[in-house]
Write a protein that binds this ligand. Sequence first.
Ligand code: SF4
Ligand code: SF4
Length: 287
Amino acid sequence: MRIAVTAAGPSLEDNIDPRFGRCSYFLIIDTDDMSVEAIENPNLALSGGAGIQSAQLMAEREVEAVLTGNCGPNAFRTLEAAGIQVLTGARGVVRDTVEQFNAGALSAAQQPNVAGHFGMGTGAPAQSMGAGYGAGMGRGMGGGRGMGGGRGMGRGMGAGRGMGAGMMGAQFDRVAAQPAALPGQQGAPMNAQTETHALRAQAEALQERLGALNARIAELEQGGAVSALVATVDADACTACGACLEACPVGAIAIAEVARIDPGLCMGCGDCVVDCPEGAVSLRKRA
Ligand code: SF4
Ligand code: SF4
């Protein structure tokens, strides 16, 4: 079986890196003979979209499972769409974790265990076993979704609150992010601090989209392959609201009774999946 493990270094003796999208290395491991291919994470320095880009990388490398410490919602959905199992809560030395996986001691997560943007701004994990995982786990960054009528300001963006849950021993923890109040929302004070908070969240979201777009441009300019994933719409669930059309950074979506996606333009970024209020869009492997 071909699996990927997020690691702090290039060997089986290195520790697991708890970050998925911004891990230092992906170790592609054949569990039959324990052969390893180490890939330096090209998405480590992305300002945004690292989770989805890294999930796409996993799909391109045709791994069947990913073992990591933490996985946010966008990356989780993308991995799920690619048919890749996600096992979170992993820690310690890579070799030990893979042996546990081979022994059937680890089970797949059913949902993401951190909010979006986990791992941004954090350094590489400590090299000693057991250290470094408790510290830093409470640094969750908000990946809040649209707040009601946010369309007037582009995509409505919320700011999640920190994740305080410890990870020790857990296969996964529930996503604890809660959207913050935005100006104009009922009960939200209209003051400079609140507006600053909201604007920062929106700027962060724009930066994330720009990062994903620039990453794809760079990939194409270097002769990169067509993305392994492509978005598809469930016509029965689509209400033609247009949210996905606004979200798509490459103009791959048109509305004709329901949303239609041009697979030739789609780069599989997953933004439409995140923004669809009906859950009508999903990513699938490109045929
Ligand atoms: S966001 Fe969802 S419901 Fe709205 S048009 Fe797109 S696919 Fe349809
Ligand atoms: S249709 Fe647009 S937003 Fe959706 S995955 Fe493709 S490129 Fe991204």
